[in-house]
Design a binder for this molecule. Structure first.
Ligand SMILES: [Zn+2]
Length: 223
């Protein structure tokens, strides 16, 4: 896949700098910025941004009044490739986006909410930056022909080891995860990986678009 990264000679501020990350961009400014695409421009997906509802582990809407249904255009293109592949592999199936762009200020709120819980391993330290905050990560699951979420063995943001892709084989042996649940996760991975996304060891639902360190070095963080 191609990561366009910083554009040289563009008209905008915040271009590449020698030896350092690019400047951030405020959440309020992305609607007018050509580097970002709204999820409504991506055909064939369903969207339920859980942090824009009370249906999340913090129990309240963290996004209002900001519209966070955005992705960097590179991740948006990759998501289009993913859903096109899925439509061929499993006609009638669609992807359900659970989280996309997550501004730095919200990442900080989530980090604070997990203070003292022992669960911070499930979040990127805001100081370092979540790939979500660059619009280059997705939390995502799959829907069947009836629009039902596939059984992945745990729900989104279930912060237990049962959610860890790296531990699936063991859970399959003990029966804690079924063949169908692991196959459903594998279908999600196949869908995302062939489009250029990479997974992480601890969350079946999370995917980064391309190389994380390259993103941190060359993309603008949404503040
Ligand atoms: Zn995520």
């Amino acid at each position: 896949m191609s990561l366009s990264g910083p554009r040289k000679g563009g008209p905008r501020e915040g271009g590449p700098r020698e030896g350092g990350p690019r400047e951030g961009i405020a959440s309020e400014e992305i609607a007018g910025d050509p580097e970002f695409r709204h999820l409504s421009t991506i055909a064939g997906i369903a969207v339920d941004l859980r942090y824009a509802t009370a249906n999340n582990f913090v129990g309240r809407d963290l996004y209002s009044p900001y519209d966070c249904a955005w992705l960097h255009r590179d991740a948006a293109s990759a998501l289009e490739r993913a859903v096109a592949w899925l439509a061929r592999a499993r006609p009638g199936y669609t992807a359900l986006v659970l989280d996309a762009l997550r501004p730095q200020r919200v990442q900080q709120q989530l980090w604070d909410a997990l203070d003292g819980t022992g669960l911070r391993l499930y979040l990127a330290d805001p100081a370092r930056g979540s790939i979500h905050s660059y619009g280059m990560a997705l939390d995502i699951t799959l829907l069947d022909e009836q629009g039902r979420e596939l059984d992945m063995g745990t729900g989104f943001d279930d912060m237990t080891e049962l959610s860890h892709p790296a531990l699936e084989e063991g859970f399959l042996r003990t029966g804690a995860l079924s063949d169908v649940q692991v196959a459903n996760r594998q279908l999600l991975r196949d869908t995302m990986f062939q489009a250029g996304f990479v997974g992480i060891k601890t969350e079946w639902w999370h995917f980064d678009c391309g190389d994380r360190e390259l993103v941190r070095k060359t993309f603008r963080r949404v503040l």
